[in-house]
Ligand binder design. Structure first.
Ligand code: ADP
Ligand code: MG
Length: 323
């Protein structure tokens, strides 16, 4: 199995056929055409085995997730996904592994009419680095720095599930038998995240600032607050929780998973109060749950209010690779 045999396998799993791909896999670089009056939105996210996913993860889930985390970044910018490249580092030239990996990748690419247009294949510890390209009308991208004082803060979906799934995997006794339905829901949220692409696009004309929740709710809201030079206050009782999470952990663990756990790939956004009703109606049409969790304040920092409205002390800032 040579590098070129592996690339042949990859070439059979390129996702959607797009007429705007002038040159795809096979030349020194890809060529795509960007529609007039649009801008490119570009992001890269890397998954390292043992760091971003447990070594035992199904290769199809790894392929899916490598693209999903990038789709989530595009979603947070309000971009429509179009193209991706994949830098793949493999410990061994394992054809069956690559086949499974690319099945998961292509399944998600197809769901979003995305095309894999190039990449690189090397030997080393298992690592997938995906660069995704999306488009927005000129000037329409959502930024995390555009929150305004007095706006309300919303999140999509439910929060804390993926961190719950990771907790379950880490504590699982391999001989303990089959996981129950709630455990399966949480582990699926970890392994097969669903990027909020349609919601992000709809939020372009509605939200001011937007971010995807990858490092943890507090950490990511912290990015919005810092880059907008404002603060955010959230109510811990307002955080949307799935019944699966509630059924699997005690209340305090649930709260920690919701505040500090990462990998949910939901969107958090700020919006003028006057636009909230029309946003809710739009999201309902998309089948996307949204919950109001707080507001933008002048005082810097992220402040968590308990059920009595008192501020909690929170120190940990979620996951940071270099701490
Ligand atoms: P070069 O030597 O010119 O950099 P390569 O031999 O690395 O090209 O790759 C040949 C072609 O296969 C290129 O078009 C490249 O984009 C594509 N390719 C290589 N690895 C991957 C990968 N992991 N995913 C997608 N395309 C890939
Ligand atoms: Mg070349």
């Amino acid at each position: 199995m040579s590098e070129f045999d592996l690339i042949d396998i990859i070439r059979r799993h390129v996702g959607a056929a797009r007429s705007d791909v002038r040159t795809g896999i096979g030349d020194d670089a890809a060529v795509v055409s960007v529609p007039p009056d649009h801008e490119l939105v570009i992001c890269t996210d890397t998954l390292v085995a043992g760091v971003h996913f447990p070594d035992s993860t199904d290769p199809a889930d790894i392929g899916w997730k490598a693209l999903a985390v990038n789709l989530s970044d595009l979603a947070a910018m309000g971009a429509l996904p179009a193209w991706a490249t994949l830098a793949l580092t493999l410990p061994e030239p394992d054809a069956r592994f690559v086949e499974r990996l690319m099945q998961g990748f292509a399944q998600l690419a197809n769901e979003h009419q995305m095309a894999l247009i190039g990449g690189d294949t090397t030997r080393g510890p298992l690592t997938l680095s995906v660069t995704a390209h999306g488009i927005v009308s000129t000037g329409q991208a959502l930024r995390r720095s555009d929150a305004k004082h007095g706006e309300v803060v919303f999140v999509t979906g439910t929060i804390g599930d993926a961190a719950g799934g990771l907790r379950i995997l880490q504590s699982a006794n391999p001989n303990a038998g089959n996981p129950g339905p709630d455990e399966q829901v949480l582990v699926a949220r970890l392994n097969r995240p669903q990027a909020r692409v349609a919601a992000g696009i709809a939020l372009r004309d509605l939200a001011s600032a937007c971010i995807d929740i990858s490092d943890g709710l507090l950490a990511d809201l912290g990015h919005v607050a810092t880059s907008s030079k404002l603060g955010i206050e959230i109510g811990e009782d307002c955080l949307p929780m799935s019944s699966a999470l509630q059924n699997c952990f005690d209340a305090e663990t649930c709260r920690d998973l919701q505040l500090f756990g990462g990998d949910d790939y939901e969107l958090a956004f700020t919006i003028a109060e006057a636009r909230a009703d029309s946003m809710r109606a739009t999201m309902e049409k998309l089948g996307c749950r949204v919950s109001r969790i707080g507001r933008v304040i002048e005082e810097p920092g992220i402040h968590v209010l308990d059920r009595d409205g008192r501020r909690r002390e929170t120190s940990s800032k979620g996951w940071d690779h270099f701490r």
